[in-house]
Write a protein that binds this ligand. Structure first.
Ligand code: R5P
Length: 249
């Protein structure tokens, strides 16, 4: 920072790839050095958030590791649609999340969507938010994870025959979850299936998998740069900052 400041400073940073975590820490430290009274760290996509417990012997809890590192340099933390809100407790100060579903839903408004589906119960709130905006019904599918890249979506009593449906989730990583859900819905007679998520990680092969599964369109925010990023997450992040302001005023 080139200027001295006295007020609280919001540092907007990425946490992916790994070197961005170090950049975030250094930017917060620069704000301290410049005289900021408080440092609020705003990270649209909180990398490592899905590892919120040790799933196998020998593994660390990466969400805790990253948020404890951020706690060392920031007084407050803002992110967008974190996988599980419980991980925010790993941050020592106030931590909130803004929601990107209003913008995601707006991007879907002219697609003729008849139903909104969450691929599992955990994403039901996201589906509801999109469905409310589109004024269509919503539901969730039942998913069982077999491995890191393999999931099974159990049939659910839902009449999607002849409809255009959108599946809404917090994140697309390998694409496995969206692909299984898409196949399930096409089998159930859906005419078209779109998928939407806040964060598009698109791990190696995800694009091809989504195309092969019959996904008509992918809508994600730009919380992670990608060629599929069509929706800005800036407003969601700003809403998170406003929540912090209100909570701390
Ligand atoms: C899991 O509960 C999450 O909400 C996502 O469904 C999951 O992380 C997506 O991962 P993938 O694209 O690898 O199936």
């Amino acid at each position: 920072m080139t200027e001295q400041v006295e007020d609280a400073v919001v540092v907007v940073a990425d946490a992916r790839p790994n070197e961005r975590v170090v950049e975030a820490l250094l930017a917060c430290d620069a704000a301290l050095e410049a005289g900021a009274s408080e440092r609020w760290l705003a990270v649209p996509y909180l990398a490592y958030a899905r590892q919120d417990r040790s799933f196998e012997a020998g593994e660390g809890v990466s969400a805790r590791a990253v948020l404890e590192a951020f706690s060392s340099c920031a007084d407050a933390f803002v992110t967008v649609d974190v996988h599980s809100s419980g991980v925010l407790d790993f941050f020592a100060g106030a931590a909130v999340q803004g929601r990107a579903m209003p913008e995601v839903a707006a991007a879907l408004e002219d697609r003729g969507i008849g139903s909104v589906l969450a691929p599992d119960e955990g994403a039901r709130g996201l589906a509801e938010a999109v469905a409310d905006r589109l004024e269509v019904p919503f539901d969730h599918l039942v998913k069982t994870r077999l491995s890191g890249s393999e999931v099974v979506v159990e049939p659910k009593a839902l009449d999607v025959a002849g409809e255009a449906v959108v599946i809404v989730d917090d994140i697309i990583a390998t694409g496995g979850t969206m692909c299984k859900a898409t196949e399930q819905l096409l089998e159930a007679g859906a005419e078209r299936v779109l998928v939407a998520a806040t964060h598009g990680v698109f791990a190696s092969g995800a694009d091809e998998r989504l195309d092969a599964a019959g996904v008509e369109e992918v809508v994600v925010t730009d919380s992670i740069p990608s060629k599929r990023g069509v929706v800005s997450c800036a407003s969601a992040l700003a809403r998170g900052v406003s929540m912090l302001q209100e909570a701390r005023s």
